[in-house]
Each structure stands twice: as structure tokens, then as C-alpha cells.
Design a protein around this ligand. Structure first.
Ligand SMILES: Cc1cc2nc3c(=O)[nH]c(=O)nc-3n(C[C@H](O)[C@H](O)[C@H](O)COP(=O)(O)OP(=O)(O)OC[C@H]3O[C@@H](n4cnc5c(N)ncnc54)[C@H](O)[C@@H]3O)c2cc1C
Length: 318
């Protein structure tokens, strides 16, 4: 079922969903199931699985020269999605990227998903590869997420890259896209970012999931701005309970979001990470309660490979 249909079917009730990462290469899929199992009691209508593009690593050879290698540290997004749908009978949403994909690669990827019965995708541009400053698309690839959304929409109309294909079948993907209540790091302004968000919707995206935020006001202000710009699709909030002291610096650096002063003070007071974890859980519960009270259709949690604190939050709400 499509995400939009899940939202309609819930009839105003707030639903629980979450995002997982594929495990590092070499690990068993059981590690994924071990993270999902404790969260199934909260009846997620869908589970997102992130996509991790290639990285360049340099290995030193015996002669001292460096050899560049292309590696994928977390492969398996499609396989995990298929396994989730098969094992739990829950819709799995693979994230698909512009980065590292030609349009032909994307088309073939979407065909695999369609054949597997996966009918939701989260369309993203992706970041620059770690050794580069700016995002660079493949030569025949999509430049922005809005272009990727267009490609999926065309396939939904049965239009493949090879225009000479005869009797081509239509796919039926529901497309989600990302948004940033505190602005995407590259956008010159929030208004400009929302302008391009609108383009993603115009090109066929049916719902939005936000970057994590720790101050609900940021989310509510953002939603209001989007609505005044004519964006009417569901805007699903992304939430993450802070779990370690290190994340005080890591989260703003990596995700370009601010932490509220009150939360920082509470975390700084903690003697160890088990105390931080508790503060993070309680903060996230309060955020979630206020969002649910406002009638938000889905609360989406970033598990980042660990489900125990998400379970602690969800048990107080769902
Ligand atoms: C919910 C969520 C899930 C994510 N999952 C993943 C994942 O699985 N894997 C992963 O690698 N990354 C993931 N990311 C991170 C994401 O890939 C990065 O934030 C990336 O830098 C931007 O992706 P986007 O789809 O928002 O890009 P876009 O919507 O393409 O926007 C990128 C930037 O370009 C600007 N822009 C857009 N269109 C135009 C235009 N036509 N002209 C000029 N400027 C334009 C935007 O304002 C923005 O600043 C996720 C992010 C979120 C919020």
C-alpha cells in the first residue's frame, strides 16, 4: 500500500514509522531483524531503508603508492526492503539517490523494485562523495531530487528512457521527498529551499519527510510556510532521540540543525551516556506528544541502527 493510502486509512490517528540503515558489509541480515523486531509491536505501516552511495578509499601498496578503490560500505538496501516486506508484511521504502546513478541505472533499479512489489520510494539527491566538497551527478544522471522525481513519474506513465519501447507497462510508485525545517545546508535561504521543494511536489512527489529537529517550533513554522506557498501534501516529521554526549557536536555538524539551549544544558549535566540516553528519550517523548496532539499523521523516527531508545519513546505513545 502507498504511504498516502496508509495516512488516509489511519483516519486522523497518528502512526509510528522508522528508518533503518543497512548493516555494514559482512554483517548478517539478522542484525537488521534484531533492530526491527522490538519495534513491530507499535505497528509501523511502513519502514524506510536508507541508501548509501559508494565511497573512495585509498589503499597503500607495497611500493608506497596509493591505489584508489571504490567501495560500498552498506550495500543491501533493495534486499533488505524485499526481506522486510516478506518477513513482516509491512511496506518497505527504499531510499533512491541521484548520486552514483545514471538515469539508466535508476530505471533498472526501479524495475527491480516494481518486480519485487515495492511501490513506495523516497527520492533524494544524496550528498557529495566524502572526498569531494560539492555534489556531482553521474554524466547521464539526475542533478536534483526534483529530476529524479520526474523520472519516477514518467515511469509511472509507462514512459521509459528508450522511447521506442512498445507496450511498456506503467509502474505505480508513491514518491516521498526530503525537506529541511532549518534549511538545507547548501540553500541560500529557506525561501529558496521551499521554492525547490515545491518543484519536487509539482514533479510528482506525494509526501515529505523532514530532517530531524529538536525544537517543534521549527517544524510548525516550516509547515506553515510550506502551506502558505501552496504545498498541501503530508509533511511527516523526522525525530531522533539523542543518545550520546558526542552527538551534541556531531548532530549540528552532520545534519546542520540547532539544538535547543535547554536540551544542551540537560545533556551537559549528565555524568555518562546512560544519563544522556535518558534525557534524549524524555525530550523525544515530549516532542512526540506535542506533535501527536497537533494531529500529525505519522511520526518518523531515525533509528540509525539502534532501536532500544526508539522503543522506549514509542512505548509511551503508541
Ligand atoms: C528524510 C531524509 C532521508 C534521507 N535519506 C538519505 C539516504 O538514504 N541516503 C543518503 O545518501 N542521503 C540521505 N539523506 C540526505 C540527503 O541526500 C542530503 O541532505 C542531500 O544533500 C540533499 O538531498 P535532497 O533530496 O534534499 O536534494 P534536493 O532536493 O535536490 O536539494 C539539494 C539542494 O539543491 C537545492 N536545489 C534543488 N533543486 C534546485 C534547482 N533546480 N536549482 C538550484 N538549486 C536547487 C535545494 O534547495 C538544496 O539546497 C536524507 C535526508 C532526509 C531529510
Amino acid at each position: 500500500m502507498k504511504v498516502t493510502e496508509h495516512i488516509k486509512k489511519a483516519n486522523g490517528n497518528t502512526q509510528f514509522s522508522f528508518e533503518i540503515l543497512p548493516p555494514l558489509k559482512g554483517q548478517h541480515i539478522q542484525s537488521v531483524f534484531d533492530n526491527i523486531d522490538p519495534l513491530m509491536e507499535f505497528k509501523p505501516p511502513f519502514i524506510d531503508v536508507t541508501y548509501h552511495r559508494e565511497e573512495y578509499v585509498y589503499k597503500e601498496l607495497e611500493n608506497g603508492l596509493l591505489k584508489k578503490q571504490v567501495v560500498k560500505k552498506r550495500p543491501g538496501t533493495v534486499g533488505i526492503c524485499a526481506a522486510i516486506q516478506n518477513k513482516y508484511n509491512v511496506d518497505a521504502i527504499p531510499h533512491i539517490l541521484c548520486g552514483g546513478f545514471t538515469k539508466e541505472d535508476t530505471e533498472n533499479f526501479l524495475i527491480d523494485l516494481d518486480f519485487l512489489g515495492i511501490h513506495n520510494v523516497m527520492a533524494l539527491r544524496g550528498d557529495a562523495v566524502k572526498t569531494e566538497t560539492y555534489f556531482r551527478p553521474e554524466k547521464e544522471g539526475n542533478l536534483y531530487a526534483s529530476d529524479l522525481v520526474s523520472q519516477v513519474s514518467e515511469l509511472n506513465k509507462g514512459k521509459y528512457l528508450d522511447e521506442e519501447l512498445k507496450n511498456s507497462s506503467e509502474t505505480n510508485f508513491c514518491v516521498g521527498v526530503a525537506a529541511y525545517p532549518e534549511k538545507h545546508m547548501e540553500a541560500p535561504s529557506l525561501d529558496s529551499d521551499i521554492h525547490f521543494l515545491k518543484k519536487k511536489i509539482k514533479n510528482g512527489a506525494e509526501y515529505i519527510v523532514t530532517q530531524m529537529f529538536f525544537d517543534n517550533k521549527k517544524y510548525f513554522d516550516f509547515v506553515e510556510k510550506c502551506r502558505s506557498e501552496g504545498i498541501t501534501v503530508p509533511i511527516i516529521p523526522g525525530l531522533k532521540p539523542i543518545a550520546t554526549k558526542k552527538q551534541l557536536n556531531l548532530i549540528p555538524h552532520r545534519f546542520h540543525v540547532d539544538l535547543p539551549e535547554d536540551l544542551i544544558i540537560e545533556i551537559v549535566k549528565c555524568k555518562d551516556n546512560s544519563q544522556v540516553r535518558q534525557v534524549g528519550i524524555e525530550w523525544c517523548i515530549e516532542q512526540s506528544k506535542a506533535l501527536r496532539k497537533a494531529g500529525i499523521p505519522v511520526l518518523h523516527y531515525y533509528s540509525m541502527g539502534k532501536s532500544d531508545n526508539i522503543q522506549a519513546v514509542a512505548s509511551k505513545l503508541f
